[in-house]
Design a protein. Structure first.
Length: 81
């Protein structure tokens, strides 16, 4: 199982305790995805960030629903590779 998170690099200049908003999922649990495919869009400090599949596989679970917030390092979905 591969944990999907918002890349650490986008949190670099963000204050501790700040949360991101999961704006939109472009896949659902059970979908097969390709490496590099956009899985979701999240907003962090008024900037949208696409979240990509690190490898091909199947979305096993979505942990953070649309319009919910999450913190640095939070697992937002899991991918079976």
């Amino acid at each position: 199982m591969i944990d999907i998170i918002l890349d650490d690099a986008v949190w670099a200049d963000v204050d501790e305790g700040t949360e991101a908003l999961l704006q939109e999922w472009q896949v659902k649990a059970g979908d097969t995805v390709e490496a590099g495919q956009v899985l979701a869009v999240a907003e962090l400090v008024k900037t949208s960030h696409e979240i990509f599949a690190p490898t091909a596989g199947r979305i096993a679970a979505i942990q953070v629903p649309e319009q919910e917030t999450f913190g640095r390092g939070a697992v937002i979905a899991q991918l079976e590779g």
